[in-house]
Write a protein that binds this ligand. Structure first.
Ligand SMILES: [Zn+2]
Length: 475
């Protein structure tokens, strides 16, 4: 009971014992359940070496994920007559939207009575035939609209639709006119009386910076969602296909290299399922072994992770999915920040750190203590049979070192590789396997060098990596 309680609190709190990281290491980590935290640090860091060589095979997929879209448009506030924006009258709009409609560009708005439509701060209006004879004058406007100049746009005279005459997608002001809502605007690039930059109108071929529904992002003028149950036709990385809301490898594993420019640095949700038995988890080669809220990551690293787990399946066909422990939150803050109780040391888990389970010999690669026969389940800081609450106390463990190191070599293809934190008792095993892979030509010298950047032991602040590894990349 006590153990269970403390276990639970360990997880949640995550921070039972974390010692900072002294010098070289970086702290990190976390905890999933049993656990912990990691601590990595930079200390010894690994430079990045040039690119290198690849490991084995071919890459596969990763998939991008969606960024954050932006929600729909603005909402109505209230307008005031007279102060929209101006423009000068001119060309008629070929659009189809009647006065009072929401618009993004002048071209969206229909002409009325031979006078040109114009988008005023997000609402279709009509250009007046002459300067307004008086506030609210009807003489310069088609039926159902009245004239007011738009002060901050050079007093451009515009015919405002009467709410009684037209359906209003803005807000009705005190004069009974349909005015733009407070948050409304339209794109200055295509609307003379607009001041927006395009982010307040929908994503489109002519507006690559527009918004999309939640869960999707505007890419190349098209709203694209990450493949998920909500976006069953969403996007996956190269080499993957969205099937029933999950990314499934087509053939090969695509590539880990992100070519989306700055979007590669976006923090995105890692697609995936929570159940390791789910066929989608088996297909992907991983499952989410933490709260979904803590499974966000930099897009390029999502691609790398997906490519790596796909490669693992190719190399070890019978392999089970790998558990993903804490990564980062959607806002790029340390998991637990959302509830005011961070689970990892500061400076970590901001989108470029991954806590991952070890590949294990017991049939389930989840975030569990791997020391001894794998039966320990004590919380951090409390001694178990095969661990002292921080490190394994025996060389025996349930890590499949061949799979584990091969996986790390895949993850080390990324030139931003910094360090991987592991349990102190595994360092020699990892080093031996790295040397073996190098001598057999499986990994390149570059990857071999990267894998020499190992974090372990108390001196580096790497306690609590007896249940997961902590992989860190440079920002
Ligand atoms: Zn960590």
């Amino acid at each position: 009971m006590i153990a269970l309680l403390s276990l639970a609190s360990g997880c949640v709190d995550g921070d039972p014992d974390r010692i900072g990281s002294p010098q070289g290491g970086d702290p990190q980590d976390d905890g999933v359940w049993v656990v912990p935290d990691d601590s990595p640090d930079a200390g010894g860091g690994s430079p990045d070496m040039g690119l290198g060589d690849a490991l084995v095979g071919e890459p596969e997929p990763g998939e991008p994920e969606p960024g954050g879209p932006e929600p729909g448009g603005p909402e109505p506030g209230e307008p005031e007559p007279g102060e929209p924006e101006p423009g000068e009258p001119d060309a008629p709009g070929p659009g189809a939207l009647p006065p009072g409609s929401r618009c993004a560009c002048d071209a969206d708005c229909a002409d009325q009575g031979g006078q040109a439509g114009v988008c005023v701060t997000g609402i279709c209006m009509i250009r007046a035939s002459d300067p307004c004879a008086s506030q609210g004058s009807a003489a310069e406007c088609p039926d159902g609209l009245r004239c007011w100049p738009i002060r901050n746009q050079g007093n451009a005279p515009v015919c405002w639709p009467d709410c009684e005459a037209f359906a209003c997608e803005g807000t009705c002001d005190g004069d009974g006119s349909c005015a733009p809502g407070e948050a409304m605007n339209c794109d200055a690039a295509c609307g003379e009386l607009c001041t927006g930059d395009g982010t307040d109108r929908p994503c489109g071929a002519d507006n690559p910076s527009g918004y999309c529904d939640e869960g999707a992002f505007c890419e190349g003028g098209r709203c694209t969602g990450l493949c998920s149950p909500e976006h069953p036709a969403g996007i996956c990385g190269q080499g993957f296909e969205c099937q029933n809301g999950a990314c499934v490898p087509l053939e090969g594993c695509g590539t880990w290299e992100c070519d989306l420019g700055q979007a590669c640095d976006d923090i995105v949700p890692v697609p995936g399922v929570l159940d390791p038995q789910d066929p989608a988890a088996v297909a992907a080669g991983y499952y989410i072994d933490t709260r979904r809220e803590y499974a966000y990551l930099r897009r390029d690293l999502v691609m790398l992770l997906q490519w790596s787990t796909c490669q693992m399946r190719e190399r070890f066909p019978e392999i089970g999915p790998l558990g993903l422990a804490d990564l980062t939150q959607a806002d790029g803050r340390i998991p637990g920040s959302d509830v005011g109780n961070t689970r990892h040391p500061s400076g970590t888990h901001d989108g470029s750190d991954l806590d991952l389970a070890y590949y294990q010999t017991d049939g389930l690669s989840d975030a569990q203590i791997i020391c001894g026969d794998g039966s320990d389940d004590n919380p951090n800081g409390t001694r178990g049979r095969y661990n002292d609450g921080e490190f394994c106390t025996t060389e025996q463990n349930i890590v499949d070192i061949e799979q584990q190191v091969f996986f790390m070599a895949l993850m080390a293809q990324h030139p931003g590789w910094r360090i991987v934190g592991i349990d102190v008792t595994l360092a020699d095993d990892v080093e031996e396997e790295v040397a073996r892979l190098r001598s057999s030509g499986v990994i390149s010298p570059v990857v071999r060098d990267r894998l020499q950047s190992l974090g372990y032991g108390r001196a580096g602040g790497w306690q609590f990596h007896h249940h997961h590894i902590h992989v860190s990349y440079f920002d």
